[in-house]
Design a protein around this ligand. Structure first.
Ligand code: SAH
Length: 258
């Protein structure tokens, strides 16, 4: 039996770009679909796995000059399911992290369409792998916060900076490129030191990936100069400044302290 019944919808995480980071389940779902609606962020390598008989529809924000708005996308999914298609909605990273999943889930549920989620590797995890560093770290980063700094053009993100300015946390800022100066100013004003380590990772998991190390007070200039057109995530926190050697030294110190 097919993994997807006619009239059923799956929101599938496509991961950060590298097709090898797709789950086996995601790949099986893609092959069982009759139609795949995908975002612009879904990597070409992943789209290449969609079999030729499956209809591939781009609803992405970067792909066309006019992005489809969320209501239109919701409607396209619902229409396809109601006409008996086996629907995969393929989303970059994990569908439940800054992926507008809730809108699509409720659009389906409201009209009685069965809908499920297949998780994916989120950008923060891909970035951690890219730079070879842990996002959490005993004693230095006990908390990991995923936050989006996305705003309507030019606006200051409405974030609770004092809640975010935790020196024992790693902050993974999604969609933060445009708001980098507000992130930097907000966190410093709320008490995070200006020399807090920052790593910017662009196109994590893809061959063209780049990474750039900076500090919180220099983040605005770093975001402006070091980043290209690819998706980028900003990792902020003491744990980001710890190189492999330093971790080793710390461990030895801790052992010596007994
Ligand atoms: N659902 C996705 C996030 C969607 S929001 C996930 O779980 O990863 C889009 C933002 O994700 C981008 O603006 C960027 O901040 C981040 N992102 C997505 N793919 C990325 C990649 N390969 N490398 C770095 N950041 C990425």
């Amino acid at each position: 039996m097919s993994m997807i019944a006619p009239g059923e919808v799956w929101l599938v995480g496509a991961g950060p770009g590298d097709p090898d980071l797709l789950t086996r389940k995601a790949e099986r779902l893609i092959c069982a679909a009759s139609v795949v609606f995908h975002d612009a962020l879904v990597g070409q390598g992943v789209l290449d796995l969609v079999p030729p008989h499956v209809r591939l529809v781009s609803v992405g924000k970067r792909s066309g000059r006019h992005s489809k708005d969320q209501t239109t996308i919701d409607q396209m999914i619902v229409d396809a399911a109601q006409s008996g298609e086996r629907v995969v909605r393929l989303k970059g990273g994990d569908p439940s992290i800054f992926g507008r999943a809730e809108e699509e889930l409720s659009a389906c549920r409201t009209v009685g369409i069965p809908v499920h989620i297949c998780p994916g590797v989120t950008a923060a995890s891909a970035a951690s792998a890219q730079i070879g560093q842990s996002l959490t770290l005993r004693g230095l980063a006990r908390r990991l916060t995923f936050v989006t700094a996305h705003t309507k053009a030019g606006q200051v993100p409405d974030l609770d900076w004092s809640a975010l300015a935790d020196p024992q946390a790693t902050l993974a800022v999604y969609m933060g490129k445009a708001a980098a100066k507000h992130v930097s100013a907000g966190l410093i004003a709320a008490g995070l030191p200006g020399d807090t380590p920052v790593v910017l990772v662009e196109s994590a998991s893809l061959p063209e990936s780049t990474q750039f190390r900076s500090r919180l007070d220099l983040l605005p200039i770093a975001a402006q100069t070091a980043l290209g057109d690819g998706p980028a995530i900003i990792l902020i926190g003491a744990a980001m400044g710890v190189s492999e050697n330093a971790v080793h030294a710390r461990k030895t110190d801790l052992l010596a302290l007994g």
